[in-house]
Design a protein around this ligand. Structure first.
Ligand code: CU
Length: 152
């Protein structure tokens, strides 16, 4: 009986580390936005082709129509400042902060969130290493609400 028990332990200790190494882990990222138009996290790192679950929370208290926030992860070489201007030029507004015509420029995005709201989005990082900017596209916020996902 003792011998059976000890071989079970060996079996488990051999295989448990292997399953823990599987590349199916999801990287959890939490970012908040506030009434002062600040993301609390200005950059984070990830590996190429990694699955990320990004939770974005609006921790402010001002009404959504005045101070809503979203988080939009941009494709490589799409810069937050120029994308913010493109949003405005494409008719972006407080009620339509991310015109559908621009979806080709983005990797992932949340909806516009009001005070106390949060949303989690799951996406895969690109296979190509580099810096990928993220931005809030509520009108006027792109100047301050920007950050970088660094894939390496
Ligand atoms: Cu914002």
């Amino acid at each position: 009986m003792n011998k059976l028990l000890s071989s079970t332990v060996v079996f488990l200790s051999l295989f448990t580390p292997l399953t823990g190494e599987e590349n199916t882990q999801i990287r959890e990222i939490l970012i908040t936005g506030n009434d002062a138009m600040q993301f609390d996290l200005k950059k984070f790192e990830a590996k190429p082709g990694e699955t990320i679950r990004l939770t974005f929370k609006n921790i402010g208290s001002l009404p959504k129509i005045a101070m809503g926030h979203n988080l939009v992860v941009l494709k490589k070489d799409v810069h937050a400042l120029s994308f913010g201007q493109k949003v405005l030029a494409s008719g972006g507004s407080a009620s339509n902060p991310l015109p559908k015509s621009l979806l080709g420029d983005i990797i992932a995005h949340t909806n516009l969130l009001g005070p106390g709201e949060s949303e989690s989005i799951t996406f895969n990082t690109p296979n190509q290493s580099g810096e990928y900017e993220y931005v809030c596209t509520f009108p006027g916020h792109f100047a301050m609400m920007r950050g970088k996902m660094i894939v390496k």
